[in-house]
Write a protein that binds this ligand. Structure first.
Ligand SMILES: [Zn+2]
Length: 100
């Protein structure tokens, strides 16, 4: 099942880390890590595996990359189970390393 998420829904209006229920905060942290991995990677690097492990505790490697057809969307997937998702709304968040 794919998780379609907009990171802004987990943040305050000013993109601050507002207090949200623990499950949502855990997911926010996971998605944030993927944003950091995708936006800090060398654009020429085609190894999309992130340092992060699957949120479903299968311990699989997670890869994340910009959707080739829509760079505002980050697509990610677990290489062991079928956990996967699409993420938007990450621009300008604390995890976005693309603007320096
Ligand atoms: Zn997994």
């Amino acid at each position: 099942m794919a998780l379609i998420a907009n990171l802004r829904h987990y943040l305050g209006d000013d993109l601050s880390l507002v207090e949200i229920p623990v499950p949502a905060a855990t997911l926010r942290e996971f998605l944030g890590c993927l944003v950091e991995a995708a936006t800090s990677r060398d654009p020429d690097d085609e190894n999309y595996v992130t340092p992060f492990k699957c949120r479903l505790h299968c311990n699989g490697d997670i890869f994340a990359l910009f959707d080739p057809g829509d760079p505002s969307t980050i697509v990610w997937s677990c290489m062991s189970c079928k956990d996967q998702g699409m993420l938007t709304g990450w621009e300008g968040t604390v995890w976005d390393k693309s603007s320096g």
